[in-house]
Each structure stands twice: as structure tokens, then as C-alpha cells.
Design a protein around this ligand. Sequence first.
Ligand code: SF4
Length: 118
Amino acid sequence: MTRDMICVSCPIGCALHVELDDAGKVVSVSGNTCKRGEKYAIDECTNPVRMLTSTIRVNGGVLPVVPVKTSVPIPKGKMFECMKAINNEVADAPIKLGDVLIANVCDTGADIIATNEV
Ligand code: SF4
């Protein structure tokens, strides 16, 4: 089995070609021009993660929502579950930049933090 992807670890965007065995284990990575590309390809094939950004509703603020993000990247498979948790949350103003609005969201180890003030 093979997979082709673009490395997004830097603006160069090398085209990566990944060979996997029947168990889904990475056998080889080519097309990368540095070690970061190899790590990106292996992570993307075995445990893809993404930063999640969204907004949380605010109670009693001058704005109705506050922008938020995860403190660290979370597994792609947990994105919808985390979005549900974010959509169900209402935070009370005042909110400061960096406030933790949901700790350890959906047991991912990531916090949902405010990226602005309200
Ligand atoms: S493989 Fe290295 S040089 Fe190529 S896009 Fe990834 S980080 Fe950049």
C-alpha cells in the first residue's frame, strides 16, 4: 500500500511518497528533503493530529463568542467529539487571553484556551 502527501512542516511543501506494509506500518518515506518530512509522514500515517480552532459562546460579554484553540494538536479521530464539547460550552465574561475554558477536552490531554479577550 502507498500514500502520497504534501509535507506541511515548512513552506517548501515537499511531495512525500510513503510505502506501508499490510499492517499499516511505514516501510519507507521518499521525497522528503529533511528528517522533519519523514517524521511528518510517519505521524500522518500512524497518528495524525491537528490543532482545532473554533469559538465558544460567551455569557455577559460585549461580544457573543470568544475564539478558542486547543493548547496542543489533538488526534484527528477526536475532532468531532471535541467540536461537540466546544459547541455545548458557554463561558462567563470576563475572559482573558489564554484562559482555559475546557480542561483536558474529551480526555485528549489538550485544553481549550481563549485566543482573545471578551
Ligand atoms: S521535508 Fe523538510 S524541507 Fe520538505 S517540506 Fe517537509 S520540512 Fe520542509
